[in-house]
Write a protein that binds this ligand. Structure first.
Ligand SMILES: [Fe+2]
Ligand SMILES: [Fe+2]
Length: 349
C-alpha cells in the first residue's frame, strides 16, 4: 500500500468519520490513479405507503453523504446490489431517490432482493442492462448478474411474492444455488477476447463467485466456468456484496474481496456456534453486533487497486477500521492486523 494513498484516504475519511459509505481507490501500476466508491446492500424496506425502515434508509443516506464529501472525488460509484428488500417498485424508487443525491456517476449491479419479485423487470426499466463492462484508466471492469438460478425453481412458486420472500430468507433453506449462467459466460468470453493477458481485471458480482456455504447461498454454482474464462489474465480481482461481512480469498490467479452492507451485518459468533458443524471455519471472526449501535459492523470500503491488485480499506463507523491488503510475498489478500488472531473486543467511536 502506498503511504500517500493511505494518508489521503485517511484525511478524507477523517473529515467524514461519522458517516458510513463504501469508497475505492484505484492505482493500476503505471496507470493513472483514481478512486471509486462501493456502496452495497442497502435493503430499502417499505413498511406501508411512504413509511420505510428508518435504519436501512439511514445507512444508505450516510454512505451517500460521505461519498459526496470525499476528496479527491471518486470517479464513479458502484452500487453492489440488494437496493430493495423485497424487490418492490416503491423500494427501488425510494432507494434510487437516495442514490440520486450522489455527485458522481453511479453504476448499478443487481442483487437477488432486487430480482425475485418481477424477475428484474422494474430494476431494468430504471437502471438498464444488469450485465456490462467498461474501461477506466487502464483497468477493465466487468459487472455480472450472478444471482440467477435454475428456471425450474423460478417457476415453482404460486405467487411472485412467495418466490421473493423465499429467496429473501436470511438462511435461504429453500433457495436455489446462484449461478451466472451460460448466456452471460458466453458474453464474458466475447467481452474479454480483445484484452491482452496483462490487463488488470476487476469483476463485480453480487454473490461471491465462489462456493463458500450453500446453506446461506454464499455460493455460485458455475463459478469454475468463470475461473476458466479468466484464467489467462495475470491479475483478476473479484469484489462482491451479498455476504454483509469481510471475507477474502485467493483461488488461482483470482483474488476475492467482499464488501460490508449499509443495512445490517451478517450473523456473529453466536450464530456460527449454533451451526458449528455445518458452517466453514471463518478465517477472521467478527465481533458480535451491538444492538445499541445500529451501525455496528456496517460500513463502506475504500479500494486501492495499485499494481492491478485490490487493497480493501474497510471504514466501519462503530468498529475499528480494517485493511485487507494484497500481500505480494504470500501472493494473496491478507488482513494486516487480524490475520493470525481473533479480533479483540472493539471500541465504539
Ligand atoms: Fe444483501
Ligand atoms: Fe444478496
Amino acid at each position: 500500500m502506498k503511504r500517500r494513498a493511505f494518508l489521503q484516504g485517511s484525511l478524507a475519511l477523517g473529515a467524514a468519520a461519522i458517516l458510513p459509505l463504501n469508497i475505492v481507490e484505484v492505482e493500476a501500476g503505471e496507470h493513472e490513479r483514481f478512486t471509486f466508491a462501493f456502496i452495497s446492500d442497502a435493503h430499502i424496506q417499505q413498511i406501508k405507503g411512504n413509511r420505510f425502515v428508518e435504519s436501512w434508509d439511514k445507512g444508505l443516506q450516510m454512505a451517500v453523504a460521505q461519498c459526496n464529501l470525499m476528496d479527491p472525488k471518486p470517479d464513479f460509484v458502484l452500487f453492489g446490489g440488494d437496493l430493495a428488500q423485497l424487490g418492490k417498485k416503491a423500494e427501488l424508487d425510494h432507494g434510487a431517490e437516495i442514490l440520486s443525491a450522489l455527485r458522481a456517476p453511479v453504476k448499478m449491479m443487481m442483487g437477488e432482493h432486487d430480482y425475485y419479485l418481477d424477475l428484474g423487470e422494474e430494476w431494468q426499466k430504471m437502471f438498464g442492462e444488469p450485465t456490462y463492462s467498461f474501461d477506466h484508466k487502464g483497468v477493465h471492469f466487468v459487472v455480472l448478474n450472478s444471482i440467477l438460478v435454475d428456471e425450474r425453481w423460478i417457476n415453482k412458486w404460486k405467487t411472485p411474492m412467495e418466490r421473493m420472500q423465499t429467496m429473501a430468507g436470511l438462511d435461504d433453506p429453500n433457495g436455489s444455488p446462484f449461478m451466472v449462467g451460460k448466456k452471460q459466460l458466453e458474453w464474458l468470453k466475447r467481452d474479454l477476447a480483445k484484452y491482452p493477458d496483462d490487463t488488470p481485471l476487476v469483476v463485480f458480482s453480487h454473490s461471491p463467485l465462489q462456493k463458500i456455504y450453500k446453506g446461506w447461498n454464499f455460493w455460485t454454482e458455475d463459478c469454475e466456468d468463470f475461473y476458466q474464462i479468466v484464467k489467462r489474465f495475470k491479475k483478476v480481482n473479484v469484489i462482491y456484496g451479498h455476504v454483509h461481512q469481510i471475507q477474502y480469498n485467493k483461488i488461482g490467479n483470482i483474488a476475492f474481496n467482499s464488501v460490508m452492507a449499509t443495512a445490517w451485518p451478517w450473523p456473529y459468533p453466536d450464530s456460527y456456534k449454533k451451526a458449528e458443524r455445518y458452517v466453514p471455519k471463518m478465517t477472521v471472526k467478527m465481533n458480535r453486533a451491538d444492538p445499541f449501535f445500529e451501525r455496528d459492523a456496517t460500513g463502506w470500503q475504500f479500494v486501492n487497486v495499485h499494481s492491478g491488485r485490490v487493497d480493501m480499506h474497510y471504514i466501519l463507523p462503530n468498529n475499528e477500521n480494517r485493511i485487507v491488503a494484497y500481500d505480494f510475498r504470500k501472493n494473496r489478500p491478507q488482513d494486516l492486523k487480524f490475520q493470525e488472531c481473533q479480533i479483540p473486543p472493539q471500541k465504539h467511536y
